[in-house]
Design a protein around this ligand. Structure first.
Ligand SMILES: [Zn+2]
Length: 203
C-alpha cells in the first residue's frame, strides 16, 4: 500500500517516468506542486497538455512545429530550393549552429524521422521520404544535401535516397566526413559540422 494519498501517489508515479527522475526527486516535485498556488499548478498542467495538443509535423519538411508550414519552410529569406536531409528534428540545431566559410546554412530541411535499419525492421516505407521525393519530382529543388550521420544506417539511408532521386535533374551531395565516421551528427561541434557542410561532394 502507498504511503501517500492516491492523487499524490499518482503524480509521483508519473514524474518518475521522466528521464533522470528517481523516487526522491519525484516526491520533491510532487510536494512542491502541492504547495504551489492554484495558478502555478494549472499553468504546469496546461503546458504539458499544450505540448502534445499544439505541436505537429510540418506538412512540407516533417520538422516538429507549432505552425504549419514551419518557420524554415515559410521563410522568404531562405533558399527553398536547397534542401538538407537529416535523420531527426534535433539535427537541425547542429546545422543551424554551424558557421562555414560561406556563413551559416541558408537552405531548408527535410526530416526523415529515422534511418534505414533492416535489423530493426525499418525499411524505406517506414521513413518519411515521400514528401522529399515529391518536391524533387515537381522540380522544386536544385540541390539535396544528404546530411545523415556517417554510421552504417546513415550511409545506407543516404545511398538509398541518392538512388531514389538519381533519375531527376537534381544535384545530390553528401556531407564530407569531417564528422567522425561512425558517429552521430547530433554530437558534432559547430566547426566540424561547418567543415562537413562546406566540404560536401556531389554523389
Ligand atoms: Zn517545414
Amino acid at each position: 500500500m502507498s504511503r501517500y494519498a492516491e492523487p499524490m501517489a499518482r503524480l509521483i508515479e508519473e514524474l518518475k517516468k521522466l528521464p533522470g527522475v528517481g523516487t526522491k526527486s519525484a516526491q520533491r516535485f510532487a510536494f512542491h506542486i502541492l504547495r504551489s498556488s492554484e495558478g502555478d499548478a494549472a499553468a504546469l498542467a496546461d503546458a504539458v497538455r499544450g505540448l502534445k495538443a499544439s505541436l505537429c509535423l510540418c506538412s512540407i519538411c516533417n520538422n516538429v512545429t507549432d505552425v504549419d508550414p514551419c518557420a524554415y519552410c515559410a521563410s522568404p529569406s531562405r533558399n527553398q530550393r536547397l534542401v538538407c536531409v537529416v535523420e531527426e528534428p534535433t539535427n537541425i540545431a547542429a546545422i543551424e549552429r554551424a558557421k562555414g566559410s560561406h556563413g551559416s546554412y541558408q537552405g531548408v530541411y527535410h526530416v526523415l524521422h529515422g534511418t534505414l535499419s533492416p535489423l530493426h525492421g525499418v525499411g524505406p516505407d517506414q521513413l518519411r521520404a515521400s514528401g522529399l521525393v515529391g518536391r524533387v519530382e515537381r522540380g522544386e529543388v536544385d540541390e539535396v544535401i544528404l546530411a545523415t550521420s556517417p554510421t552504417l544506417e546513415g550511409e545506407a539511408t543516404a545511398n538509398w535516397l541518392a538512388t531514389a532521386l538519381r533519375s531527376f535533374p537534381v544535384k545530390i551531395t553528401r556531407i564530407a566526413t569531417g564528422v567522425p565516421a561512425g558517429s552521430d551528427i547530433e554530437y558534432a561541434d559547430e566547426v566540424t559540422m561547418a567543415r562537413a557542410m562546406d566540404g560536401r561532394r556531389e554523389i
